[in-house]
Write a protein that binds this ligand. Structure first.
Ligand code: NDP
Length: 434
């Protein structure tokens, strides 16, 4: 703690995991003897760099870039890039730390990493975003590679940005390889990658509902926050599974549509022209817009799927959700619930699916994209979707089994932490102290 006292998000993520691991470490003295926990919290490498680029007016802009290569015990570093003004070393380290256990849970051979920049793409032209991405990759390229570190997208890094980043890597390295995932279908992308995190979140939730409640999405009212990649495809799958999704949000505010979100209109606004969520209420009769994104959790629902950002549900929002009858919270975003919110879920018997399990579908399909690139093949949408379903069901089953083994059946947070950790810890012990 003294070493990283100025990194609150990172400490928050580590504390949660370490509490879950206490019973595991006491059962496995070899982890302690090998210093596994001390090594696990220290990234193998953190790269911090200048990103200088020219805006459309000819002005010089300087941002800060990051890549944290956290743990490579079970595979090459893997994890997304986030472009957002709130990106700091602490945020990148919390995301990278979570990614180690998440990637392990998928069962695929991927280590943990994460990166990004404090660059704010809002209001920037296409040409500015391209120049930023090229400048960012000009430095990042020396640290990554198909066998060492394979970045993907995250907040504000979607297909457009991955394309510009890939193009610059190819230009500088004269190499055509699967160095990034989330690529367009014309240059090595995987079908179902765009949908994977949102769809996977619903597959995981469905599995948990079935096993723990003998229930399903059918007829349920669902509140979803965000309106980006994860939120849109979580909405699509929840609707396909028979639920009514009644909210969406962005950083300015939220909409409540009691008749159920019209997904074509939401997609047109967000994917069609990068518009604001407010526009939805202007276009759909009966939908209301409210300023302030936290208000989304005051809308009564049976199931809440936070899909925007970290710490978006605090204690008060969690209490409001429970008071309004919400009994399931599964996380599409990374660490969207504060520790106090998680305590509220636990006190009220809420079925809580933590991010590192519930949103692992994105990185799982990224892993499948890497496999397809290596094979120089492209699987069909249904093939990838089926593998995604199997992986999400397996993540739930592994977490549930671990929760039973350690005496708290149904504590899926403990289960995910333990199940993800064990594989990485065993690999670290087997590979010696390094
Ligand atoms: P997008 O950039 O596509 O969408 C992000 C959404 O969240 C936007 O609606 C955005 O609103 C909102 N948002 C972002 N920051 C804030 C904030 N500080 N306060 C309120 N709202 C905010 O990103 P993704 O959908 O890809 O990512 C969403 C979450 O899911 C993140 O936590 C990410 O780490 C996680 N995740 C993503 C995966 C993926 O495959 N993409 C995989 C696993 C997890 P606005 O437009 O106003 O900024």
């Amino acid at each position: 703690e003294h070493r990283d006292g100025d990194q609150p998000e990172f400490l928050q993520a580590v504390r949660e995991v370490f509490e879950s691991l206490e019973p595991v470490v006491s059962k496995h003295p070899e982890y302690e003897a090998n210093g596994v926990l001390e090594r696990l919290v220290e990234p193998e490498r953190v790269v911090k760099f200048r990103v200088a680029w020219t805006d459309d007016q000819g002005g010089i802009q300087v941002n800060r870039g990051y890549r944290v290569q956290f743990n490579s015990a079970i595979g090459p570093y893997k994890g997304g890039l986030r472009f957002h003004p709130t990106v700091t070393e602490s945020v990148v380290k919390f995301l990278g730390f979570e990614q180690i256990l998440k990637n392990s849970l998928t069962g695929l051979p991927m280590g943990g990493g994460k990166g990004g920049s404090d660059f704010n793409p809002k209001g920037r032209s296409d040409a500015e975003v391209m120049r930023f991405c090229q400048a960012f990759m000009t430095e990042l390229q020396r640290h990554i590679g198909q066998f060492t570190d394979v970045p993907a997208g995250d907040i504000n890094v979607g297909g457009r940005e991955i394309g510009y980043l890939f193009g610059q890597y190819k230009r500088l390295r004269d190499e055509y390889s699967g160095v990034l995932t989330g690529k367009d279908m014309t240059f090595g992308g995987s079908l179902a990658r765009t949908e994977a995190t949102g769809y996977g979140l619903c597959y995981y939730t469905q599995e948990a509902l079935k096993a723990l409640r003998q229930d399903s999405f059918q007829g349920k009212t669902v509140a979803i926050s965000g309106s980006g990649n994860v939120a849109i495809f979580a909405t699509e799958k929840a609707q396909q599974l028979g639920a009514e999704v009644v909210t969406a949000s962005d950083s300015n505010g939220y909409i409540h549509d009691p008749n159920g979100i019209d997904l074509d209109i939401l997609k047109d606004i967000k994917l069609g022209h990068r518009g604001r969520i407010k526009e939805y209420a202007d276009r759909v009769d009966g939908a209301e817009y409210h300023e302030g994104c936290e208000g989304v959790w005051t809308v009564p629902c049976d199931i809440a799927l936070p899909c925007a950002t970290q710490n978006e549900i605090d204690q008060e929002s969690a209490r409001t959700l429970v008071a309004n009858g919400c009994t399931v919270v599964c996380e599409g975003a990374n660490m969207p619930s504060t520790p106090e919110a998680i305590a509220v879920y636990q006190d009220h018997g809420v079925l809580y699916g933590p991010a590192k399990a519930a949103n692992a579908g994105g990185v799982a399909v990224s892993g499948l994209e890497m496999s397809q690139n290596s094979l120089r093949l492209q699987w069909t949408f249904d093939e990838v979707d089926q593998r995604l379903k199997d992986i999400m069901a397996d993540i739930f089953q592994k977490s549930y089994a671990a929760s039973k083994e350690y005496g708290t059946p149904g504590d899926l947070m403990l289960g995910a932490n333990v199940a993800g950790f064990t594989k990485v810890a065993d690999a670290m012990v087997a590979q010696g102290v390094l």
